[in-house]
Write a protein that binds this ligand. Sequence first.
Ligand SMILES: [Zn+2]
Length: 481
Amino acid sequence: MTHRNPAITGLLAAGLIVPLLCLVASGVDAADWRDRDLDTAAELRDRALRGTRAFEHASSLVTQVGPRLAGSLGDRAAVAWALTYLRSLGFEQVEAQQVTVPRWERGEAIVEITAPWPQPLIGVAIGGSVGTDQRGIEAPVLRVQSLDELEALPRDRVAGNIVFIDERMAPSRDASTYGVAVRKRTQGPSIAASLGAVALVIRSVGTSEDRIAHTGALVYRIDAPRIPAVAISNPDADLLARQFADGQPVGLRLALTARELPPTVSANVIAELPGIERPDEIVLLGAHLDSWDLAQGAEDDAAGVAIVVEAARLISELPQRPARTIQVVLYANEEFGLSGANEYARAIEGSGRQVIVGLEADLGSGAPWAFHGSVADEARPALTIMHGVLEPIGIELLDTPAYGGADLQPLKRTGTPVLQIRHDATKYFDVHHTVNDTLDRVDPAGLDRHVAAYAAVAYLAAVKRGDFGRLPPPAPAVTAR
Ligand SMILES: [Zn+2]
């Protein structure tokens, strides 16, 4: 222990105390924002509410590119579109960051009831599923209500069957029902296979009552056989369930031409508004450029692309740029493995730059209803101040931690704080990952309200005097795609 002269210690203490008192007395220097910063954020918000170009951006991507599954020709076209389009909007620094992506082709899916009353069903392969041979797989069906019920069954009850998980997803504004339901799609195939099932059929993870099926990715475990997996539409799941009513054995035949192809190259497209004081500190606005192959990817995620691009574009029109860099990141391959998000997080590490906070838009155009964040404890009071700009447009402040979005998870795991604008997801899962994810489902007014919120929040983050701290190492993350 070092001996200290009490008199010197006292002087040091006094030396520290005096400037602190000055800061408190002057009122503004110690604060994160000057009044005019808050005024500018409110102006951005009001400007967006008068109408933005967000819908035009979404329309351009959906019309000129359309489906853009990772590694497909559409994906390549999307990267080219983004580079050209962002430059045309006046972003000075627009770059492609190369990303290796897995590749999978859906092919055709035949799903038919063979007993007791044969008829065809509408189904789609779950993303990543293996195919079958030409004859397909024909087997008795074991119906369970949930993945939990399946996991509790002994192997001899499951082995040799096609498992049908007949769990219905309810709509929810906060998308919480999706987080629960999606586990049967991502983990169901390997859980069923580990119990000896020969294939898996799920009631779609989605809320559409139309005769369309919702795709999405599965994750095969390395310690289980890879079995084919399909999702059937809600009305078809109802039909299949009714066939069990009088206790006769139910049979299904599945034939899938889905296949995996060698990995290929795609790219994150990154556009910047360089900060005028702290250019190496980044406020990240993210959305994903890829989509599933079944539709145009309008709500998922042209809407998100449009929101973050337009928010940054509005900030670029201010007379003065913010202190920090605002970076728009349009991620490659969110849907089929977060390839772009992982590559971004790898590349930023050791680059001398740091993302001080991230926001992601990936839940469609349903109106914004809440704001929250996962930030260091000492930065939490700042969220209340930021929320002051959002409150007049009906956005509430949640005191719960924020997930942030799938593409932010690799950064979050390394301590990057996240802010989150919550989108109303009540109708989102009617079209999510389906053929009905088309531009007519995108709400232009909802997009404008989001631009208002994202622009205001991103601007405040980019001019904030202090940062948002860093997050402690997290518990294992749950990925919801
Ligand atoms: Zn998405």
